[in-house]
Ligand binder design. Structure first.
Ligand SMILES: Cc1ncc(C[n+]2csc(CCOP(=O)(O)OP(=O)(O)O)c2C)c(N)n1
Ligand SMILES: [Mg+2]
Length: 1004
């Protein structure tokens, strides 16, 4: 599994500029910090506590920037924004695990300055110079990264971390993505952040408050001015990182503005590390040292180092590192190394410290898991809300701060508490989000785990349609997503309900269809304890979905669903999964009854367990019914850059025989199908249409070329592959000519370049939304037209192929009806207001050549996954979205087996759709190749089953077409249509014979 850093992926044009900018900043930061460390290392006069802290800070910055900025720079350069779990874990370690120690270090520096200014005479006693190794020496580095020798300063210094900043990998998204149990950790992190960031900041401010007071009391104006300017520089170094950290770690997630967050994260990651070097290299850093800035010291020491090397050579057996400049400038004397001078350090205290930190973290985590922190969280929310615009927002003065503390202690307003009397349930929260996102249908197969959300959806007017198999529910949601351009939603029960959806979900993933799957789950406390239908569902769905989350508290339902909805539609659309454990969906009193001990508790252990359960319950329902924003979050769509569009305009404008192949992605929102159609017509370039783009130009459009695609692609000099990729459908790219210029546009970069440089090479590869790219391309070409002979040549080839079809249609077959003839009559009868659904092998493969969808978004096929069994679900979704359209579903007899039982669903829900079964008593597409190549028809045979009668048994209408009524095909089709218009689902069982129409087509 990998995580994907959102980072700057939606600003492709700015990447190079940002890279240059950040790289330069990084170089300045690095050299600045190295300057500081080196200067402090070589200059003994700087071996004071303050400079030790500063050196440690610089080293920490160096390590931090090495980890974060280098990662960010690499991701700016790379196409893939993926980061491995290990990489992610390492990053998060730097951000969170050691964050607090940086705050402690800034506290120490503040305290050091406070002692130096306010108690100068006692400075040397209070701030006893630490016996640390020289900054920059290996011993120093070791100290910094973990060891200490027991002295107070050293101990605090060893807390030094790589400073944890947001970079572009933030802890919240990672926690969200980690799915399991993230809520507990998240609150733990939040609480820790309050403790560390806020408390440390207050301590620093307090120190500087005293310093300012002391400076004001200074008698000389010149020294006041000097002291003020120095402190102001120090304060900047402190305030800026703390300010950013507060925004990043303390801001509640629901309020987060992604753009603003990114800005803060970038500032925190790139700019704040620059502060130390800039401020300390340019300003006078302290009272106890000379007046020149560190950079001047460095120049001087560089000269001395050269000279020292000479000394060392002369010293012979003495190491160069044992030579250090003496206090008196221009002189050099020998001294013992700092490492040798340092008192021996012990490893035991390190373990103690580690154990203490681990214990504290465990205690915090447990406290949160038990719900002990939720009240604090609510109180913080209340205080934060009271500071929103419109209410008084004074900076906490001393009485103000006191009031704030008192407010903490006062009982919170009723809404923030767990409302034990409420009969509301989490299912209502689910329904509210779905309604706010315009969801009109929810497909399901019921189960106790998900009942509350179904009932709540029904109450809010969302039509709940229950199918006979979970896979149908997800196929139906997929069809809704494709036809409406929104998210299709299905909800199924825990365990087997979910496993039954896997095929449909994978199909949606491969077809890039935004589907939201809601799944029940065992109660949060019963997972991994052998509960009914309980399995590890998250592991099952993570490879299938763009976004997977397990909701652990009622109040998390709304934000999780909003994030899931946005993720489904962003970038390359696809399915998302949200797991809703049973106890986040049912009302408090029911969950409480389940959790409450059956008998009164006795003994210590009983009481502990009961206390644990009470707290768990409280945490589950805390803030459950507080109002939250429910509407859609912004969707992130990649756009082609104007420069890329311009380059493509130029390529196309020089073309003599241009050709377009439009695929499913072209029909994705935001460009409506009609606008795309107008754009393609204006462009006037002949096109092939595939997937969801079928039907874009309507029936018999002069620009729509339907046959001989491979030959046409070979002849074209410029080919625009718009929303279609070089997979098996384009022979992995082999079908493209090496002499053609290929422009490819796709939202998904990896798919766009699939098999490139092996079988084909793009002239322009444009990552972005396809529909809007085509519209911009047309605008750029400004009405350019092409000689009509190229389109005519292609149309002539089309006509010849269709002539061959007509001949095949007229040939008699050994038994039953000729499928080619039947499908030609279907083509003639199909009404304009129709949607075609296809599910099967050879019969529907033949139909794809002969039957034309009547308009855009009037064709549904499974897509590249080639899944049998999509028919009923697709028909269900299609008819619900477009109740006025006639849904004609073309099935192979094998494929129809998956859908038959759903005629019960169509009957119960009064959903009149028409099924036309090409019944050839076999899995013909497979047997067509299996028999000649392997010599057996094993497992490929079926019977001429009376599917129409089976459907009648389910309450649908059934009709039969066979040799008996061969001359009545159109009449029977019209009868079926009429019955459908009367509100009945119809199954038309068409007995067909074999033809050679599909010979040579692929079966595997
Ligand atoms: C779920 C699934 N199972 C198996 C296949 C393999 N497969 C592809 S086409 C086909 C035959 C389809 O038979 P039928 O629906 O009767 O259509 P026909 O080829 O006979 O016209 C099979 C089994 C598949 N694509 N999907
Ligand atoms: Mg068949």
């Amino acid at each position: 599994m990998e995580f994907v850093l959102v980072g700057f992926s939606n600003l492709p044009d700015l990447r190079t500029t940002l890279f240059a900018l950040f790289f330069l900043t990084y170089l300045v930061t690095l050299s600045g910090n190295v300057t500081i460390i080196t200067t402090i290392h070589v200059d003994r006069t700087l071996h004071t506590p303050m400079y030790h802290f500063l050196a440690v800070l610089s080293l920490s910055e160096t390590c931090y920037t090495l980890v974060t900025i280098s990662n960010m720079l690499a991701h700016l350069l790379m196409e893939s924004q993926a980061i491995s779990i290990a990489g992610c874990g390492a990053q998060m370690f730097f951000f969170l695990g050691l964050g607090c120690s940086h705050c402690f270090l800034l506290n120490l520096m503040g305290y050091d300055r406070y002692v130096a200014i306010c108690h100068p005479l006692r400075y040397s006693v209070i701030m006893r110079p630490p016996s640390l190794p020289h900054p920059g020496s290996p011993g120093f580095l070791l100290r910094v990264l973990g060891g200490f020798d027991g002295h107070q300063h050293d101990l605090l210094l060893t807390l030094l971390p790589q400073r944890p900043r947001g970079a572009l990998l933030r802890h919240r998204p990672v926690l969200r993505l980690s799915c399991v149990g993230s809520a507990g950790i998240a609150l733990g992190v939040f609480f820790l952040s309050v403790l560390v960031v806020l408390v440390s900041f207050l301590v620093v401010l307090l120190c500087y408050g005293f310093i300012v007071a002391a400076i004001v009391r200074m008698p000389s104006a010149a020294s006041r001015h000097k002291a003020f300017s120095t402190r102001a520089a120090h304060l900047t170094v402190v305030i800026v990182p703390f300010g950013c950290a507060s925004i990043i770690y303390l801001q509640p997630e629901s309020r987060g503005n992604p753009e603003q967050d990114r800005l803060v994260a970038v500032f925190y990651t790139v700019v704040t590390p620059l502060l130390n070097p800039v401020v300390y290299n340019s300003a006078q850093p302290g009272e106890r040292v000379r007046d020149c800035p560190l950079s001047a010291n460095l120049k001087e020491h560089a000269a001395r180092l050269v000279w020292k090397a000479g000394c060392a050579r002369k010293a012979g057996n003495l190491r160069a590192s044992s030579v250090a400049p003496a206090k008196g400038r221009g002189r050099c004397h020998l001294m013992e190394t700092a490492a040798a001078a340092a008192p021996p350090g012990g490893i035991f205290p390190s373990f103690l410290l580690l154990a203490f930190v681990a214990l504290a973290a465990a205690a915090l985590g447990a406290a949160h898991h038990l719900g002990l922190l939720f009240q604090l969280m609510h109180k913080y929310e209340i205080i934060r809300k009271s500071r929103l615009p419109g209410r008084i927002a004074p900076l906490p003065t001393c009485p103000g701060a006191l009031a704030l503390v008192l407010d903490h202690l006062a009982p919170p307003p009723p809404r923030a508490q767990v409302d034990k009397t409420s009969i509301q349930h989490g299912g209502e929260n689910v329904a509210a989000v779905l309604r706010a996102h315009g969801v009109r249908f929810l497909f399901t197969l019921v189960g106790g785990h998900i009942s509350p959300l179904l009932v709540a959806c029904e109450k809010l007017g969302i039509r709940v349609v229950d199918t006979r198999h979970e896979v149908t529910a997800v196929f139906a949601a997929d069809a809704v997503a494709r036809l409406t351009g929104t998210v299709g939603v299905a909800a199924v029960t825990a365990g087997p309900g979910l496993t039954n959806t896997v095929t449909a979900l994978k199909n949606a993933q491969i077809a890039q269809s935004p589907v939201l799957l809601l799944g029940g789950a065992a109660g949060t406390l019963l997972q991994n304890r052998g509960a009914l239908q309980a399995i590890d569902q998250m592991s099952l769905f993570q490879p299938l979905c763009k976004f997977c989350a397990s909701v652990r508290r009622v109040r998390d339902i709304v934000p999780t669903l909003r994030a899931a909805m946005a993720a489904a539609q962003s970038g390359t659309p696809g399915p998302v999964f949200v797991e809703l454990p049973v106890d986040v969906l049912y009302p408090y009193f029911i969950v409480q009854k389940e959790l409450a001990p059956a008998r009164p508790v006795k003994g210590l252990m009983g009481r502990v367990v009961s206390w644990y359960l009470e707290n768990h319950l409280a945490n589950l329902f805390a803030g459950a019914w507080e109002p939250q924003p429910e509407g859609p979050l912004p969707v992130d769509i990649p756009w082609a850059s104007p420069q890329q569009v311009q380059r493509c305009v130029e390529i196309l404008s020089r073309a003599k025989r241009p050709l377009i192949v439009l695929g499913s992605q072209a029909l994705l929102p935001p460009i409506p199908a009609d606008k795309l159609r107008t754009a393609v017509e204006t462009l006037g370039v002949p096109c092939f249409l595939g997937g969801m783009a079928r039907g874009l130009l309507g029936r018999n459009h002069p620009l729509h070329i339907r046959q001989n695609r491979s030959a046409a692609l070979q002849k074209a000099d410029v080919v625009l592959l718009a929303g279609i990729v070089c997979d098996f459908r384009l022979s992995y790219g082999r079908v493209l000519s090496h002499s053609s210029k290929i422009i490819i546009v796709n939202r998904n970069r990896k798919e766009m370049l699939i098999n490139s440089d092996i079988f084909w090479k793009p002239q322009e590869a444009v990552q972005g939304d396809v529909g809007s790219f085509v519209v911009k391309l047309v605008e750029g070409l400004g009405g350019q037209t092409w000689a009509s002979d190229w389109a005519e040549e292609l149309r002539r080839a089309d006509w010849q192929k269709e002539q061959a079809f007509r001949e095949k249609a007229s040939r008699p077959v050994a038994q039953h009806l000729n499928p080619v003839r039947v499908l030609q009559l279907v083509e003639e009868t199909l009404p304009d207001n129709s949607i075609l659904v296809v599910d099967g092998g050879d019969f529907v493969g033949t139909a794809a050549h002969l039957v034309q969808p009547r308009g855009p978004l009037c064709w549904l096929d499974p897509g590249a996954f080639g899944t049998l069994g999509v028919g009923a679900g697709f028909a269900l979704g299609a008819k619900l979205c477009r109740p006025d359209a006639e849904v004609w579903c073309l099935f192979g007899d094998g494929a129809f087996g998956y859908s038959l039982i759903e005629f019960d669903t169509f009957v119960r829900h009064k959903i009149p759709v028409m099924a036309l079964i090409g019944n050839d008593a076999g899995w013909t597409q497979i047997s067509r190749e299996q028999v000649p190549s392997l010599g057996s028809n094993v497992a490929c045979g079926l019977a001429y089953t009376d599917y129409h009668k089976a459907a009648m048994g389910l309450g649908a209408q059934g009709l039969l077409l066979s040799r008996e009524n061969e001359d009545q095909v159109v009449k029977v089709l019209r009868d079926a249509q009429r019955q459908c218009r009367d509100g009945h689902p119809v199954v038309l069982n068409i007995l067909i014979g074999r033809t050679d129409f599909r010979d040579g087509s692929i079966a595997v």
